[in-house]
Design a protein around this ligand. Structure first.
Ligand code: MG
Ligand code: ZN
Length: 214
């Protein structure tokens, strides 16, 4: 019975996700879902992305967090429309939460909508929010075994952004092995090597984002 319930819940979520995607499509907004562990640097990546964007790229942000509004406050300081979702302890965003958040954003003023999921590498992988593009964020301080240990999220991502590359020499992270494992799971996945602190890799990342809008 529990399995039946889980299927029903997923089906219901997928229905809302489809409706979110239609809503975004009709407003000509492209949405990205950023997934990664706590502390992997998702918010810092978004801040760098906002900082390096070209002036004609209009961005909005949905910030998923367990309890606080701290990340949303960081994003709002860049003068970007941002909506906070507090999941009150729930470990991932779902399509209904994003649907409610969408009503708080004037989509006519946004081309790219960046959704920061709750810090978690596991269940966000199985939950469609209605996004068009999925990005997994992985820091070199977490260990290069993560793609092999959490294959689902890497299989279902369009891009992987490796973060904190400035710390690479202070870790045992095996860059070649990580990139190899990501491409073994998902041959078409784009991989970006970045550092929000130094700006490394941000140009190529921003160009890729621009390319999504064409
Ligand atoms: Mg964050
Ligand atoms: Zn969850």
């Amino acid at each position: 019975m529990k399995i039946v319930l889980a299927e029903k819940l997923t089906a219901h979520n997928d229905e809302i996700a489809r409706s979110n995607r239609q809503h975004l499509d009709s407003a000509h907004v492209l949405a990205l879902n950023f997934i990664g562990s706590p502390g992997t640097g998702k918010t810092s990546l978004l801040e760098r992305t906002l900082h390096t964007r070209s002036p004609h790229q209009r961005m909005g942000v949905i910030e998923g967090d367990l309890f606080t509004a701290r990340d949303a406050e960081r994003i709002a300081s860049h003068g970007i429309p941002v909506v906070q979702i507090n999941t009150r302890g729930a470990c991932h965003l779902d399509a209904a939460m994003v649907s409610r958040a969408l009503s708080g954003i004037d989509l006519a003023t946004v081309d790219l909508l960046l959704i920061e999921n709750v810090g978690n590498l596991v269940c966000p992988a199985g939950c469609d929010l209605g996004e068009h593009v999925r990005v997994t964020v992985l820091s070199v301080t977490e260990g290069s075994d993560k793609p092999a240990k959490y294959p689902l999220v890497f299989c279902r991502s369009d891009a992987v952004v490796l973060t904190k590359l400035d710390l690479l020499d202070h870790t045992d992270f095996d860059l070649d092995a990580a990139v190899h494992d990501i491409h073994a799971l998902n041959p078409d996945c784009e991989v970006f090597l970045t550092s929000a602190r130094t700006g490394q890799g941000m140009e190529r990342w921003s160009q890729w984002l621009s390319g999504l809008l064409r």
